[in-house]
Design a binder for this molecule. Structure first.
Ligand code: PLP
Length: 396
């Protein structure tokens, strides 16, 4: 009865962790939600007011498949300022979220049997969409080098074959918070040129940073013609549930993506696009407050995690994720199975997190164990109490 392709459709297993945590909560257990990358901070008031006004002004009908031109102009201006590019409205197709860009990029540029490089650990929708559309995923990995997570460029290049067409590159990386150095980004650009690849630059966390400055692959020579940026309003403006994002790239690719919009959702919600213009061009006080709130949470969470026996946590300058190494902690508890450890901590302490396995199958030879903590959906007091309980569990 069901189509064969559905057997290749993946999922976000982090949602299963949410459900498990919710079921425990319903039974009265206090849960410390570090598992899901949602944001429990309100969208800035000026954006909410702009959405309200747009509704009252009648922005309730269909609009252009690629998105309203005023928003595309504002987004092009915003991106050009940080990326050193010269995009215009023609280079942008607005989407109901950043996530749809993944499938649409693949549908536009990948034929069945083509190979696509993607990060593992990484956002699970990459692998799901590659396989669903009949492609072959080539996972590449990250390593801990000198107290930083580094993309394993060497093994990435080694896995390339004549059938490899696309690279998915998530700089400011979920789940690890890893970020390419300028040298690493240069190496990636060289590989893209050498093997004639097209790239999905997933920049969902480009603006979620606490120190330093984000860099984009598109700012390197020849890359603007080869890259499609996944842009999202979800994180920067705390708008996850509004569903608003964009594909940004060469006009020839964007025109096809806009045609996919036409066939799929027709257009992204009209009034929400007007609200997003206020986000990009209006008062930025609310946006700054989001980053400050997250930075304080990061600092506390990293300190507390590092005080827990057997846990070693790096301090990423961006994203809202931590990816502590828990190899020793699991050894102390005598538990080698990820799920067993996660459940034991959850049921004993109420602390709910994901593990490396929620971001892809473990790769051959992988012997370190990692957990993923998101601090975007949990307040400071709960971070302190939860990680205190985790510590007590490890010391018991
Ligand atoms: N890309 C990455 C790496 C993400 O972590 C997420 C969401 O968590 C997305 C894309 C998609 O987010 P959204 O669809 O809310 O824009």
């Amino acid at each position: 009865m069901f189509a064969e392709r559905l057997t290749r459709l993946g999922t976000e297993t982090a949602f299963a962790v949410s459900q498990e945590a919710a079921a425990l909560k319903a039974k009265g257990k206090v849960i410390f939600p570090f598992h899901l990358g949602d944001i429990n901070i309100r969208t800035p008031d000026n954006i909410i007011a702009a959405a309200h006004k747009a509704l009252l002004d009648g922005k309730t009908g269909y609009c252009s498949n690629a998105g309203i031109v005023e928003l595309r102009d504002a987004l092009a201006f915003d991106i050009n300022a940080t990326h050193g590019t010269r995009y215009s409205a023609d280079n942008i197709a607005i989407q109901p979220g950043g996530k749809p860009v993944i499938g649409k990029f693949i549908m536009t540029l990948m034929n069945p049997g083509d190979e696509v490089l993607y990060p593992n650990p990484g956002y699970p929708i990459y692998e799901s969409m590659i396989e669903f559309h009949g492609g072959v995923g080539l996972p590449y990995s990250y390593r801990e080098v000198d107290g930083q997570y580094r993309l394993d460029v060497e093994s990435l290049e080694k896995s390339i074959t004549p059938r490899t067409r696309l690279l998915i590159y998530n700089d400011l990386h979920n789940p690890s918070g890893a970020e390419s150095t300028p040298e690493e980004m240069q190496q990636i650009a060289e590989i893209v040129r050498k093997y004639n690849l097209y790239v999905l630059c997933d920049e969902a966390y480009f603006d979620m940073r606490y120190e330093g400055k984000s860099r984009s692959l598109v700012s390197l020579p020849d890359m603007v013609e080869r890259c499609v940026i996944l842009y999202t309003f979800s994180k920067r403006f705390a708008m996850t549930g509004w569903r608003l994002g964009a594909a940004i790239g060469p006009k020839s690719i964007i025109d096809w993506i806009a045609k996919l919009n036409l066939n799929d959702e027709s257009c992204t919600a009209h009034f929400i696009q007007h609200a997003a213009i206020e986000g990009l061009t209006g008062d930025q006080a609310g946006v700054r407050q989001i980053v400050q709130t997250l930075k304080a949470r990061r600092d506390t969470a990293v300190d507390r995690l590092n005080s827990i026996p057997g846990i070693k946590c790096l301090k990423p300058q961006a994203t809202f994720y931590l990816f502590p190494n828990a190899t020793e902690a699991m050894a102390i508890k005598g538990i080698s199975d990820y799920e067993k450890f996660r459940r034991d901590v959850l049921h004993t302490t109420g602390v709910s997190f994901c593990t490396r396995l929620h971001f892809g199958r473990a790769l051959p030879g992988e012997n370190q164990r990692y957990l993923r903590f998101a601090y975007s959906g949990i307040d400071m007091a709960m971070i302190e109490e939860g990680l205190g309980r985790f510590k007590a569990y490890m010391e018991s």
